[in-house]
Design a protein around this ligand. Structure first.
Ligand SMILES: Nc1nc2c(ncn2[C@@H]2O[C@H](COP(=O)(O)OP(=O)(O)OP(=O)(O)O)[C@@H](O)[C@H]2O)c(=O)[nH]1
Ligand SMILES: [Mg+2]
Length: 336
């Protein structure tokens, strides 16, 4: 039987150090995890493995052949543009699990987030906001799983980095004697294959590799920048009362030019470590050589820079956003 790494799900192999599942041949019999997982866990040293999204779709199709319960994990800081796409692939009962609640200001009510979901045509049987980092609402989620599960198998799906494996590790810790510990990291595609984790006789959670979000900033910037971009604790939103012909510079990564509109309020939800500068549009052309995206917003929308931040703009505005090629930027109805 092929031995698989319990950290990432890859089949162990001892030929190719540069690809997934590698263990030194002398360690092959004894190896508990692959070299990549060992390095992530012990040194935070990440080896990138490019995942093909076809695999994710194939996994969803196989889940669709069952009627098992699915936990759809959606990172609150990083809600993907097309959350309703999940229903394109799955007819299963779905619990929407908004993760990383600890990153959003405490003042935001869960009710508000759940109401916001009504902007999308999504079918789900329940919805909850959680934080694995703070063990917040995991008891409630566990009860929902028991209430809605159709068999012993419950699938955990969602974008890469959404917090699927971290959640499973916490559920194992809280509700099981199992000693498994799945590898987690702040970089994409940590989990590489489907993995079954038996919590007890009645419940097996199935972790899956996440969908790679092609337009996310994590795929584009270097590791040092990435460390600043990923929020580690509760975001303190920063509000700027600005007039047209002013620009907001988010560190060295994004520029937002306010072109037309009334005196306006821009609130930026971004990692606290990033600096924001409010400048006169003509005094500084920093980042202006980056790719330009133009938007008209109606006063009820956020501008989302995928993986970096979102900006709540309270009145109609014409803006330009400048970003490195490959980072997606889009509008959505205001989350908050
Ligand atoms: N602040 C915060 N960070 C979290 C939480 N849950 C997970 N994370 C972080 O999010 C990052 C991704 O977590 P993973 O559990 O590896 O995500 P995943 O969905 O399994 O990702 P893939 O295996 O790549 O598909 C890690 O850096 C986690 O520490 C949470 O509740 N709060
Ligand atoms: Mg994972």
């Amino acid at each position: 039987m092929i031995k698989k790494c319990p950290g990432c799900g890859a089949a162990f192999q001892f030929d190719k150090p540069e690809i997934e599942g590698y263990v030194d041949s002398i360690m092959y019999e004894k190896a508990k995890i692959c070299k990549r997982c060992f390095r992530i866990k012990c040194y935070g040293d990440y080896m990138f493995v490019k995942k093909d999204n076809e695999e994710y779709i194939t996994i969803l199709k196989s889940i669709n052949e069952t009627n098992d319960l699915v936990l759809y994990i959606v990172d609150l800081f990083n809600i993907q543009k097309n959350i309703e796409q999940i229903n394109k692939y799955l007819n299963n009962p779905i619990i929407f699990v908004f993760s990383k609640r600890d990153l959003l200001p405490k003042s935001i009510k869960a009710k508000k987030i759940i109401e916001w979901l009504n902007n999308y045509k999504v079918d789900y049987i329940d919805v909850i906001t959680i934080s694995s980092a703070k063990n917040y609402q995991l008891d409630k989620l566990y009860k929902l799983i028991q209430k809605h599960k159709k068999s012993n198998d419950v699938y955990v799906v969602g974008n890469t980095n959404a917090g699927k494996s971290t959640l499973i590790n916490n559920l194992i810790k809280n509700y099981s004697d199992n000693e498994s510990n799945i590898t987690t990291s702040s970089l994409p595609s940590t989990t590489l294959e489907k993995m079954e984790i038996k919590l007890n006789e009645e419940l097996t959670l199935i972790d899956t590799p996440g969908l790679v979000d092609e337009g996310n900033i994590v795929n584009v910037v270097d590791y040092m920048t990435l460390k600043k971009i990923i929020p580690k604790k509760e975001i303190k939103p920063r509000t700027y009362q600005i007039k047209p012909n002013h620009s907001l510079l988010i560190d060295d990564v994004a520029r937002i030019d306010y072109l037309e509109g009334d005196k306006n309020s821009f609130t930026i939800y971004v990692a606290n470590d990033l600096k924001i500068n409010n400048i006169n549009i003509d005094t500084n052309d920093k980042l202006k050589r980056l790719k330009k995206y133009s938007f008209d917003t109606n006063g009820e929308e956020d501008i989302v820079i995928n993986g970096l931040c979102w900006i709540k703009i309270t009145k109609s505005a014409k803006i330009n956003v400048f970003l490195q090629e490959g980072i997606e930027v889009f509008k959505r109805n205001q989350l908050i």
